[in-house]
Design a binder for this molecule. Sequence first.
Ligand SMILES: Cc1ncc(COP(=O)(O)O)c(C=O)c1O
Length: 376
Amino acid sequence: MIQTLIPVSNPKPRFMQKKQEFLNALDSVIERGMYILGDEVSSFEREFAEYLGVKHCVGVANGTDAIAVALKGLGVKPGDEVITVSHSAVATVAAIEMTGAIPVFADIEPDTRCIDPNKIEKLISPKTKVIIPVHIYGQPAKIKEIISVAHSRNIKVLEDCAQAHGAKVGDKKVGSFGDAAAFSFYPTKNLGAIGDGGAIVTNSSEVFENVLALRQYGWRHRYISDFPGVNSRLDEIQAAFLRIKLRELDKDNARRNEIAKKYSSAIKNLIRQQWLKAPVSIPDTIHVYHLYVIESKNRDELAKFLNSKGIGTALHYPLPIHLQPAYKGRFRGGDALHQTELLYKNILSIPMYPELSELDVERVTKTFKEWIKIKQ
Ligand SMILES: Cc1ncc(COP(=O)(O)O)c(C=O)c1O
């Protein structure tokens, strides 16, 4: 029997389930006649800020711009240094370079797979202006420790929350800890649009005023640029769709956690027989499983086996940024990324999205058990 492929992520079912609601929202946008920075964007900005527990939100065109505009809003200038990780989407580093600043790489922790707070201090130089922790896969970084290192040196923290909408440390959501935070609404994200979208959030009225102007040519008053900016606006249609999806974000994240629990208990039972690691549960944090990423010494063989059984896999990411042709050898820190270089060879993302059926989840866990049996 040919089995249908279970993809790693799939934004389509939600848009299909709620197609009429999205079409009604689109109709309202068309009828209202205000197509750029209208009611939908300002309502979404207010609702998303409220959801996160922050004072301000500014919608922008995508998550990469969110990082670049936020960095400029925090005062980063060409030649400044920004410490971040190599184990991330290339967007994090591309955004730093968009500002003329220089990325510096810190290693990650094996458990959170996020920046290691203990590896930051020795990378700080007089040029360091910002640290960007990435809450990778939906797992919060050790944000309190990172902020304590940064703020004691007068360095700002910009959280890269592109994969972590709704994740928490204690009872606070990520994005509410740093001096600012950047979100992506790429369609497969936990909160995804039907195209590109992004946002910057902050509790600082100064950063808010800066990014508000920067996203639109540096305008504080229409058509008058106080400083050079860009055109990076969230559009009305995306904002209207995001408002609908935001109402279901907590429910979606709970479902992702339910699926993760089933995967983890199936995998945990197998660790003894075969080197296989489920994501580690970190105390006092809520993981939102943007991706469910296992580690295996036999990663490629396992991926082949899963694919042959109709289970999709992906690599997030196949090569750390500091080893990619565009960036190799260019930045400080890239020669001491021991954990980063250990991790990337073993990671494998398996299907994770809220609409996965119980049957699909069972197919995944059963296939893992089969694989172990064969390997024994
Ligand atoms: C960690 C991280 N940062 C930044 C981005 C950039 O977001 P976008 O694709 O919306 O530009 C992404 C998304 O791919 C991401 O995963």
